[in-house]
Design a protein around this ligand. Sequence first.
Ligand SMILES: *Cc1c(COP(=O)(O)O)cnc(C)c1O
Length: 451
Amino acid sequence: MNSKRILLSQSERPTAWYNLQADLPEPVPPPLHPGTKQPIGPADLEPIFAKRLIAQEVSQERWIEIPQAVQNAYAIWRPSPLVRATGLEQALKTPARIYFKDESHSPPGSHKPNTAVPQAYFNKIEGINRLTTETGAGQWGSALAFACALFDMECKVFMVKVSYQQKPYRRSMMRLWGSEVTASPSTETEAGRQLLALDPDSPGSLGMAISEAVEAAVTHEGTRYTLGSVLNHVMLHQSVIGLEAEKQFELAGDSPDVVIGCVGGGSNFAGLAFPFLRHKIAGKPIRFVACEPCSCPSMSRGQYRYDFGDTTKLTPLVKMFTLGHSFVPPGIHAGGLRYHGMAPMVSLGAKLGLIEAASFHQIECFEAAQIFAKTEGIIPAPETSHAIRGAIVEAIRCREENRQECIVFNFSGHGLCDLGSYDRFFSGELEDYAYPQEKIESALAELPEID
Ligand SMILES: *Cc1c(COP(=O)(O)O)cnc(C)c1O
C-alpha cells in the first residue's frame, strides 16, 4: 500500500499500441494537399514517410502490435516508473493524491524515443537507411539519433542555428550516437541557400529547418523524413505511456480523476491521456488538462482551422487548433512548446469538449519546477514544468475544496541539459511575455480559407 514507486516488470510491458481513432466519436479530418486543397492519399506521402507509418496515420484499428525489435529497444528504459509525489503533496498540504509518470529515464532523457524508435524501425524494414529531421533545442534530434544508432542507420539533423550555438550538449549527444548535425539554415540545401541569400545572419527557425530536412529527404535515394510530434502515428506510439500507467494504477489500487500534460505538438500529453480518454468516452468522469505557455496558447486562444504545419507552407494542411503558421512565438525557455499548432487528434478532443486547456507564464513554471526539484529531487525540463504547474493548481484547488482527488501528470523529461535556463531564472533574467494578441491576430488573418 502507498508505495512511492509503482513498477512493472519487463513482461508487463504493453505489446500493442492503443489507437484513439477507433474510439473518437467523430473521425479526425483528413489532411489536405497544400496546392489542390483536396484530401491527400497515401501515395502523395510516400516520398516523405515510410509506408507503414502512413498506414498507421489513417488506421482505425484499436490495437496495433508493437514489433518485437521495437519491444527489445523499449526494454532499455521501459516500463517507466509511476511515482507518487508524496513530497510535493506534503509541501502543498493537499488532500489530493499526486502521481507522475516518469519519462525522463530514456537515454536521451525524454518521452521522444517512444516514437523515434518505431519510426526508425519501420523505415529500416522498408529498406531506408538514412533519416532526416529538424530539431530546435535538440530533444527530438537526440531521440532520433539514439534510435538510428540502435538500428545502424544514418541520421541527418538540421538544428536551428541559434540553438546549435547556444545548446551544445544535445548536439554532442547526437554526434555521440553517430548523427550528422548541421546548423540551419545551411548551404547544403536549395532552401537553406535561398534563406541565407536573403539573410546571411539568420538565426534559423523550426519552419526553416523543416524545409531543409524535407528537401534533404526527397532529393536523396533511400532517405526519408521524420517528425517527432503532431502526427497521428506519433500519438499512437506514445500510447505506451498511458497503457503502462493504467496497469500501474491498478497495482496501486487507485485511478486518476485528473490527467495532465504539457503540450507543444501534443504527443507526451496524448501518450499519457489517450488510453484513459477511452474510458471518458465510455462515460467515466475523468478530466484532461493540456498545459501550454501563455506566450504560445494554441489551444486556449487559437482557432480550430485548416493550417500548414510549417512556416514555409510546404506541408499538407491539417485541421487543428492553430495560432497561424506565420506566428513566431517569443523566445521562452521551454523551446519544445513553441509550436503554432496542435496535434489534430488532441485538437479534435478539445473541440469535442473532452480535453481542457490551461496556460501558464514561464516564471510561475520555473517556480513550480523548483518546488518539484526540492520535494521530489528530480530536475524537470522547462517544458515539463508547465505540467507540474498545472498539477499544483489542481492540488491547491483540491485543498481549498477539501477534495481527495487523484491527479496524474506526465513528467516528459529531465532538465539536465537546460541548466543554463535555470541560471537565468535565478539571476532574474527571465521575463513573462504578455499574450501577443496583435501578432496572433495578424497570423490568424493569413490562414487559408477552407471549410
Ligand atoms: C519535445 C518535448 C515536449 C513537447 O512536445 P510534445 O509533442 O507536446 O510532447 C515536452 N517535454 C519535453 C521534455 C520535450 O522534449
